[in-house]
Design a protein around this ligand. Structure first.
Ligand SMILES: C[S@@+](CC[C@H](N)C(=O)[O-])C[C@H]1O[C@@H](n2cnc3c(N)ncnc32)[C@H](O)[C@@H]1O
Length: 243
């Protein structure tokens, strides 16, 4: 499972950020769509409606691939990241843009963000790499900072629930068991995109435990559902804080 340390080392060290996040065009290629259309469709259908309602908060902005769009639509945008280098890059990239607030978190706390002050939370390509305890911690913080009736869109891992239930058994079986688990959870031998062991059902359960409502879970968008997060069998959960 990708730990907080792994996330610090990878996105603050080894990853080269050659296109500020746009290097991850493989999700669009996997569903046979041009990357710019895949991205524009995601912004239009899932980011823009929430961002236009007021103050937004992005978890894990990286080098600002989505922050740019949030800043166009929201009067104020919080960005929260475990890597100071990512926040520095965003400060540099969006210098002079009004309304950017930055928080360097040790893992999931968002202490400087006031209670019930956020209209929309966005996170893409981040929770796919977070462990369950960090996800639960974040959902508690999301419940605290959202205004009643406000919403969030979070992209996360979507491994099959049944395969994760077999994980403890497989782990006890040693290396062959671990290989079997990897194959069962992603139906791939090698590249699972470093996804955490999280299913859509588990994520929805943690959302409810945090006192939030799941309003939808999807794997695609666009008029014909042509844009997807199927490459690593991910999921996008839409949620809301009850009024
Ligand atoms: C794969 S990059 C994605 C960046 C950006 N969201 C994008 O799609 O271009 C993952 C980002 O999440 C950040 N991150 C990882 N773990 C985090 C955590 N626990 N809290 C906040 N940010 C985290 C990383 O530092 C990095 O900026």
């Amino acid at each position: 499972m990708p730990t907080v340390d792994w996330n610090r080392r990878t996105w603050g060290g080894t990853h080269t950020w050659e296109r500020s996040g746009d290097e991850w065009a493989h999700m669009a290629a996997y569903c046979g769509q041009p990357y710019e259309e895949w991205k524009a469709g995601l912004v239009e259908e899932l980011l823009a409606p929430g961002a236009a309602r007021g103050t937004s908060l992005e978890i894990g902005p990286g080098h600002g691939r989505w922050t740019e769009h949030l800043l166009e639509l929201s009067p104020r945008v919080w960005i929260v990241d475990v890597n100071e280098s990512c926040l520095d890059r965003c400060r540099e990239r969006f210098e002079g843009r009004h309304g950017l607030d930055v928080h360097h978190t040790p893992g999931y706390s968002m202490d400087p963000v006031p209670d019930a002050s956020i209209s929309f939370v966005w996170s893409f390509d981040v929770f796919v790499h977070l462990d369950p305890d960090v996800i639960s911690g974040y959902l508690g913080e999301v419940a605290r900072v959202l205004e009643p009736g406000a919403t969030a869109v979070i992209h996360h891992a979507g491994k099959p629930d049944w395969s994760l239930r077999l994980a403890p058994v497989n782990r006890r079986a040693g290396r062959p068991g671990r290989i079997a688990q990897r194959w069962l959870s992603q139906r791939r031998w090698r590249d699972d995109g470093n996804r955490s062991d999280v299913s859509p059902e588990a994520f929805a359960g943690w959302v409810r435990e945090a006192g939030l409502e799941v309003t939808g879970q999807r794997t695609s968008w666009g008029p014909e559902g042509q844009y997807t997060v199927d490459k690593y069998r991910d999921c996008v959960t839409e949620l809301r804080k009850p009024v």
